[in-house]
Design a binder for this molecule. Sequence first.
Ligand SMILES: NC(=O)c1ccc[n+]([C@@H]2O[C@H](COP(=O)([O-])OP(=O)(O)OC[C@H]3O[C@@H](n4cnc5c(N)ncnc54)[C@H](O)[C@@H]3O)[C@@H](O)[C@H]2O)c1
Length: 442
Amino acid sequence: MNHSFADKKLTRRNFLATAGTAVALPTILPLSVFGRDNRPAPSGRIVMGVVGCGGMGNGNTDAFLGKKECQVVAACDVDKNHLRDMVNKVNGRYKNQDCKGYSDLSQLMARTDIDAVMLALPDHWHALAAVEAANHGKDIYGEKPLARTIVEQQSIVRAVQKNKRIWQTGSWQRSQSNFHKAAEIVRNGLIGKIKRVEVGLPDGPFDHPELNKPMPGTTPPPELDYDRWIGPSTLLPYIEQRTHYQWRWNYNTGGGQLLDWIGHHCDIAHWGMDCDRSGPLEIEGRGEFPPKDAVWNSCTKYRIELKYPNDIEMTIGGGQPDIQGGAKWIGTDGWVRVDRGVFESSKAEWRDYNELPEELRKVKLYKSTDHHQNFLDCVKSRQPTVTPAETAHHSAIPGHLGLISMLVGRKLKWDSSRERIIGDPEASKLMGRDYRAPWKLA
Ligand SMILES: NC(=O)c1ccc[n+]([C@@H]2O[C@H](COP(=O)([O-])OP(=O)(O)OC[C@H]3O[C@@H](n4cnc5c(N)ncnc54)[C@H](O)[C@@H]3O)[C@@H](O)[C@H]2O)c1
């Protein structure tokens, strides 16, 4: 069950080679079978299924449909309209009818011809889907944050490691040159010893104050299997503004702006701090929350103060005037701030570098220039991607702990190597969530 893509391809090639001696190939096969349209022949392609056909699922699938080394053969969604549109898109792109649609992701995962899956599900489904995929021997492109809770994240990391799967997280900023350059400048000591790190994330949402209050439920639309959509979370009455895309503003399914963005800018901050396998020692969060029973109940403004080893202090802020967006490292000899389309630094010459001059690059960070391509390359090579599951796990932990600290109203102490909150049973309990039957986290 746990053969790698390379093992499976060998088997398929051997089969084709053997079959070819005994049986004449049918003449109706398209030219692409022989790889003549600049694509590897089907036996050499990574066969993919896509799960979650909403906003990001479409974005990721568009990227994979543009890659010659893979072939999307299956799609899954619990919304019939989203599924129909995705199947039509894939079949339209390949000019065939081969992409099959599923409403139950377990059926897609059970297909032995599928090598890899793309998961773009609401956060409360990340762990169940990822663990099932890993246990079925699939390599996984999975979205950030790694999962809705720390316990769920741990289960993903375990399943990926146990099954020796390739994992790429959707933290695509690591494949962008300005983020790479900024992290390399910091890792190579150009700003001196790091003293302080600022991670600026969005605040809000504030555009619908009526949703920061409770609202009566309505009937789900016929195209949506709402029971399966809610899955392991509490079966709250259906409200449209709590489902597609907007699920992130309710703690039953998402983690608000803080956890929506932690896997981007804290991921980059950690890259520069060399914290891909470690984390903070102390975490203290304060936030402004709508009422618990509001449609959107996630915190709208927040400030988390963290202490890291080596006397490094970090602030993660949303809606804090003194914290700018992106990741900023401040050291004894200078500073760097990076965000989407932004690179600022204490030294003007750093801004002009396309990348660090070779003589300054004693530490060379992983270089990827195309996040989806990096995943496919690693599926073939069996080498780690630029954002493996363990990295995404540690990148999101400061956000999870910040939220827990806000909820219990006190400072937390964290044992990064054992991944435990020290001496606080109430806070420790919030590292996981109860699952609604029949769903169980392996
Ligand atoms: N990397 C990025 O830049 C980026 C950007 C946006 C979103 N994301 C991440 O992508 C993920 C999806 O976010 P989105 O904005 O696309 O959400 P979305 O609500 O638009 O899409 C989620 C889709 O999953 C489907 N779904 C829900 N439960 C399912 C199940 N059990 N089986 C099959 N399908 C199911 C929904 O019907 C919906 O079509 C989230 O983790 C989010 O954080 C990443």
